[in-house]
Write a protein that binds this ligand. Structure first.
Ligand SMILES: NC(=O)c1ccc[n+]([C@@H]2O[C@H](COP(=O)([O-])OP(=O)(O)OC[C@H]3O[C@@H](n4cnc5c(N)ncnc54)[C@H](OP(=O)(O)O)[C@@H]3O)[C@@H](O)[C@H]2O)c1
Length: 323
């Protein structure tokens, strides 16, 4: 059993699992059986929170590759797991469907089929776009009433959008980029969420691998479907510039008999009680390693020293959470 946290009223393991890389984003994908076993191993290790999205497919062409894998992996333990997925929506589609609600419901039903479930625990709007967020919030409210979802969320949004949406239908979670080198959410998103009982689910919490300390200026990323070619902190010069942060993590990893990736996750778990990171990996061992960040206990003093030192270090490269 892993420690748990609440995303409003949805209980999840305090570290979740990002499943995206089994389909998209980090180069060559593993074969399906390996991915299914990796997800099942994570569950057996105590992870109950799994993150996917309708668009996670090789090269982002096609729909549902990743949801199908998650569905197959978890079908026998579905009632013990929390599955989060995400939809994209634009206003022309909503017009064609007759209403925002009908369009959202259509996406949800297709996701449920691929996930082999009759209910999605946490349903996110992947990005806000041409549909007013209040209209999406209203549609999500109806889906909640109908028992088709247990909670809803937004991704890559600022406090202004969160506030507008939350006023219509209270949010369970906000999924934004957050790591030791992407800290915009600390300014107002996390404080607002804390005050309003909204969970914060950081994506790319290991900064796409940078904070594991395993990436160097010599690391070659893949040519095809590899977001690391675009991650600002991962250009050669920025990897070099960020070395003091990598060194700081290595120092704590040694002190705590942990790994740098674990320390980077333990830092955010200690910092905020409503944060539930969803690290991603295509590697069975690393998935377990990341889940075990939940076992790393930073004392108040260790945390303060780590955080204070981090605050003195310049971050090279910045994406921000508004795109
Ligand atoms: N809402 C959104 O817009 C959005 C955007 C991006 C991602 N997400 C979600 O967030 C999840 C996580 O984000 P992410 O995968 O981009 O970033 P991440 O978890 O920060 O990093 C993933 C990268 O780090 C490496 N890595 C992970 N753990 C490691 C460890 N212990 N040691 C060494 N390297 C390690 C992985 O390599 P290996 O695979 O080789 O281990 C992979 O290249 C995704 O799976 C997805 O579900 C959401």
């Amino acid at each position: 059993m892993m420690k748990t946290r609440k995303l409003r009223d949805i209980e999840v393991s305090e570290v979740g699992m990002g499943c995206m890389a089994f389909s998209h984003g980090y180069g060559k994908i593993p074969d399906e059986q390996y991915s299914i076993e990796a997800i099942r191993n994570a569950f057996a290790h105590g992870c109950t929170f799994f993150d996917t999205a309708e668009v996670y497919s090789p090269n982002l062409s096609g729909i549902g590759h990743n949801e199908k894998i998650v569905g197959k992996a978890l079908k026998d333990v579905r009632d013990q797991t929390v599955i989060a997925t995400k939809l994209f929506l634009d206003s022309s589609e909503a017009r064609r469907a007759g209403s925002v609600y009908k369009a959202v419901r259509r996406h949800l039903e297709a996701s449920m089929e691929r996930l082999q479930t009759d209910m999605v625990d946490l349903y996110y709007l992947h990005r806000t776009g041409s549909v007013p967020v209040e209209d999406v919030a209203e549609a999500m409210g109806r889906l909640l009433d109908e028992g088709l979802i247990r909670g809803w969320g937004l991704s890559q949004v600022d406090t202004n959008v969160i506030e507008k949406a939350n006023a219509v239908t209270p949010l369970s979670a906000v999924q934004n980029i957050y790591s030791m080198v992407e800290r915009d959410v600390e300014k107002s998103v996390i404080p607002f969420c804390l005050e309003n009982n909204i969970g914060v689910v950081p994506f790319s919490p290991i900064a796409s691998g940078l904070l594991s300390g395993k990436i160097t200026t010599e690391t070659k990323f893949e040519k095809n479907d590899d977001v690391r070619n675009l991650v600002p902190q991962l250009s050669k010069s920025n990897i070099a510039g960020n070395q003091p942060i990598i060194d700081l993590l290595a120092e704590y990893a040694e002190k705590k008999n942990a790994t740098s990736a674990k320390i980077s996750l333990a830092w955010m778990l200690k910092k905020y009680p409503n944060v539930v990171p969803i690290p991603g990996s295509k590697n069975k061992e690393r998935i377990i390693e990341n889940l075990d960040a939940s076992l790393v206990e930073l004392s108040d003093e260790e945390f303060r020293n780590l955080d204070d030192t981090l605050n003195t270090l310049k971050v090279y490269g910045h994406r921000g959470f508004t795109r």
